[in-house]
Design a protein around this ligand. Structure first.
Ligand SMILES: [Zn+2]
Length: 102
């Protein structure tokens, strides 16, 4: 007996799509193009490469200009409501350079 070939008509939960917004330029982008920075519950700020780290997250484009803009505006500190070390920005910049391709 086959009943209802997987017709998901109404879903009990409506998954709300939360756009990822870059803290540098303010553009929304697909998660794949953004770097995620996470403030973990114990107060450390780290770059989440896997995107799975727990905690409050902020996003910035994998773009050197955006990281530098975010640094200038101190945007990550504001987004995470926690002071972000220069070190974190430097690592983000390094990631962007890595990513930049050829
Ligand atoms: Zn950006």
């Amino acid at each position: 007996m086959v009943r209802g070939m997987g017709q998901a008509g109404t879903q009990p939960r409506s998954p709300r799509k939360r756009p990822r917004r870059c803290v540098g330029c303010g553009r929304e982008d697909a998660k794949a193009n953004l770097l995620r920075i996470v403030r973990s519950p114990d107060g450390t700020v780290q770059i989440s490469v896997s995107g799975k780290a727990p905690g409050r997250g902020a996003y910035v484009c994998a773009d050197l200009a955006c990281v530098q803009l975010a640094k200038k505006k101190n945007a990550l500190s504001r987004a995470l409501k926690h002071p972000v070390e220069k070190d974190v920005y430097e690592r983000l910049e390094a990631l962007c350079r890595d990513d930049a391709g050829p």
